[in-house]
Design a protein around this ligand. Structure first.
Ligand code: 2M8
Length: 443
């Protein structure tokens, strides 16, 4: 990619993030997602740290305004002025059912993978490359913000680590970020549609041209039935462990927890803050839990259904969780990287661009246009490329980065991409797709 093309692409990405902002909130997309999402904000703040520290800090502050008293960072912080998304604050009714939830801003009652500490590192590191004085300001900001992220990690360690497997448990596919991935099909099969499910109208289908690219109505019935289960127990985490009909150990979220704890422990050391040992302990435990879920022959990881003690489906991008968690012996690292770039994944000959789809094209569950069942999410490629970089494999990381940038070249920043044709799908001008481009091009 020429310098001029890169500069144009970076400028377009910056414009998308600016246009998707409302005050300090940077939203995923204007039509389909008109509120602030948790893990999207983490990726967006990493990129913003490279170009506008104040905006990066502001977006994280805005998200954490919705933090619950328990430390949980909710997966959505609602913009009360925005309409057009369902389930809305009234359907979640968090403050009505739990005294731990804030009422202003209103939030959802579940969480998403805890990527945020990575953004704190980016803020500190980018300041070190900038003007003198910027480092002191960034250190001061990160030091002030750190207790909130610490409380978030402690919530997960206390309430969400399954003592048996060491995996982070989730109570809804939305908590994984990969809403209707085949990873969750077997677990959702056991979720009953709630006997008194209040009627509802989906709003997402208004914004996408093709409904088959989104989850089905039957899937939405189950998504919303789980909300009724949450409300029945007042969003109480211990009660959900006992009673929730969806209760799985998520290898991918566990890997992100390992990564985020590594970041937060390192920040604590750099800033001379206490707790580095505690955080490193959470990180190591999470990494070991992920590694215990590796298939001995391939290194591929699978999720665990905690209600039934059964393995869940493989063949999805969550197979590469051990790469994200890091710390693999060299032989396993090489094998898993070869698998990622090989014909079962990014190197499959039918793919338009050599980047990993959300489900392997060889899996019976692969659907090229259907939400989290096949399309490419550039933000996932960014996560894996960053993991390869951290492990010192610049060649493999560069391969994924160049292919993604070539794919996005002159196209819109799609929410996801059809892997066989390369066309953008879902919402256009999606923030986290713009964010990964900005991060790569502004390094
Ligand atoms: C998608 O999820 C939301 C529900 O949280 C939805 O489909 O309505 C997922 O891709 C999720 O990972 C992402 O955070 C969110 C916003 O980009 O959209």
């Amino acid at each position: 990619m020429s310098g001029a093309t890169s500069a144009t692409l970076a400028a377009r990405a910056g414009l998308v993030l600016g246009r998707n902002s409302h005050g300090a909130m940077v939203k995923p997309a204007r039509g389909l997602y008109p509120h602030q999402w948790s893990w999207d904000t983490g990726f967006i703040a990493v990129a913003l740290a490279r170009v506008d520290t104040a905006m990066a800090e502001g977006s994280l502050e805005s998200l954490f305004r919705g933090q619950w008293r328990t430390g949980m960072v909710p997966h959505i912080v609602f913009d009360p002025a925005a309409e057009g998304y369902f389930p809305d604050p009234e359907r979640w009714a968090c403050a009505l059912h739990s005294s731990d939830a804030p009422s202003d801003p209103p939030t959802s009652g579940i969480c998403q993978p805890p990527i945020h500490a990575v953004a704190l590192t980016a803020i500190l590191d980018s300041a070190a490359d900038g003007a003198s004085g910027a480092v002191d300001a960034a250190r001061e900001w990160v030091t002030g913000f750190y207790p909130k992220v610490l409380a978030w990690h402690r919530f997960l360690a206390r309430e969400r680590v399954d003592p048996g497997s060491g995996l982070l448990r989730i109570f809804h596919g939305w908590e994984s970020g990969m809403d209707n991935s085949p990873r969750w099909d077997a677990a959702y099969a056991e979720v009953p549609v709630h006997a008194a499910l209040p009627p509802y109208q989906r709003r997402d289908l208004v914004h996408v041209a093709e409904p088959s690219e989104r989850p089905s109505d039957a899937e939405y019935d189950k998504y919303l039935s789980l909300l009724e289960e949450f409300k029945e127990v007042g969003y109480d985490q211990a009660a959900l462990v006992e009673r929730c009909s969806f209760n799985v150990g998520d290898v991918f979220s566990t890997a992100i927890f390992a990564l985020a704890n590594d970041h937060l422990a390192e920040l604590a050391r750099r800033l001379g803050l206490p707790d580095a040992g505690e955080l490193a302990g959470y990180g190591d435990a999470a990494r070991e839990a992920v590694q215990r879920r590796m298939a001995p022959d391939t290194g591929a990881t699978v999720d665990l259904d905690l209600r039934r003690g059964a393995d869940l489906a493989g063949g999805t991008i969550a197979e590469f969780s051990a790469l994200l968690a890091g710390g693999l012996p060299a032989r396993l690292q090489r094998g898993l990287t070869a698998r990622l770039l090989g014909p079962e994944w990014a190197g499959h000959p039918a793919l338009r661009w050599p980047v990993p789809p959300s489900t392997s094209p060889l899996s019976a569950a692969f659907r090229s246009r259907s939400y989290w069942r096949g399309p490419v999410w550039p933000v996932m490629t960014w996560l894996l490329a960053s993991a390869l970089d951290r492990a010192g494999d610049e060649d493999a990381a560069g391969t994924l980065r160049r292919a993604t940038l070539a794919q996005l070249g002159d196209r819109s920043f799609g929410e996801y991409y059809e892997p066989l044709t390369g066309e953008p799908l879902g919402s256009r001008d999606h923030s986290w797709t713009a964010a990964v481009v900005l991060d790569w091009l502004c390094r």
